[in-house]
Design a protein around this ligand. Structure first.
Ligand SMILES: N[C@@H](CCC(=O)N[C@@H](CS)C(=O)NCC(=O)O)C(=O)O
Length: 204
């Protein structure tokens, strides 16, 4: 495989998904850090050379650049047990990864970013207005996960897949956004199972 470099901000759960995938698979990954709070992913150089969308994570594979966390996880895991066999389970795994990007991350990760990193006092009026809706949608996402995990160890099939990696990243730090993990016992048990996987690395 070509040399792998992760362009990241280490505080980002989207970046952690890729580090966790690489660690679970024992793949070496170089890391290049950017401070998103200082606009380091919005410079003309970054936009021209790394990601025209101005965001991390970006997985560099040789001289090619792949943005979007879940796409990068797929690139690393292709051919490994983190992508299940069988058309149905693969599609079901993708279902959870798309759901993560639409229903989970925009609520749970955004509240963590706004409340823990930016600080409530520094939010814009528009952001403050969105807090109740994001809180309710984040709670719905955690509850849906909890219901799905009733009687199941992993999101898809009988073993860990990228669906678990993708959802682990922001779920395990959701309390920084004001959510309560204790209200979701199946999620708590699943988080513990994920953290016990061989090769697991913490977010740091
Ligand atoms: N859908 C993208 C989301 C990427 C994203 O929102 N990145 C954030 C950090 S988690 C970022 O780079 N923010 C800096 C900015 O927008 O300037 C993914 O899954 O990788």
């Amino acid at each position: 495989m070509d040399k792998l470099i992760l362009h990241e901000d280490a505080r980002s759960g989207n970046c952690y998904k890729i580090r966790l995938t690489a660690a679970l698979l024992g793949l070496p990954l170089e890391r290049k850090n950017y401070d998103i709070m200082n606009g380091e992913t919005r410079t003309p150089e970054f936009l021209a050379e790394v990601n025209a969308n101005g965001r991390i994570p970006v997985l560099q594979v040789g001289d090619r650049f792949l943005p979007e966390s879940n796409a990068a996880c797929w690139y690393l895991a292709e051919g490994s047990p983190l992508i299940p066999a069988g058309r149905w389970d693969q599609a079901d795994m993708l279902r959870w990864m798309f759901w993560e990007q639409y229903n989970h991350e925009p609520n749970i990760a955004t509240l963590r970013f706004w409340l823990y990193f930016v600080g409530e006092a520094n939010l814009t009026d528009a952001q403050r207005l969105q807090l109740p809706a994001k809180r309710a949608a984040g709670e719905d996402a955690l509850e849906l996960m909890d219901e799905h995990l009733e009687g199941r160890e992993w999101f898809v099939g009988s073993g860990p897949t990228l669906a678990d990696v993708s959802l682990y990243a922001y779920t395990h730090v959701c309390e920084a956004g004001g959510f309560r993990l204790d209200d979701h016992p199946n999620v708590c048990a699943w988080l513990r199972r994920a953290a016990a996987l061989p090769g697991f690395v913490p977010m740091g």
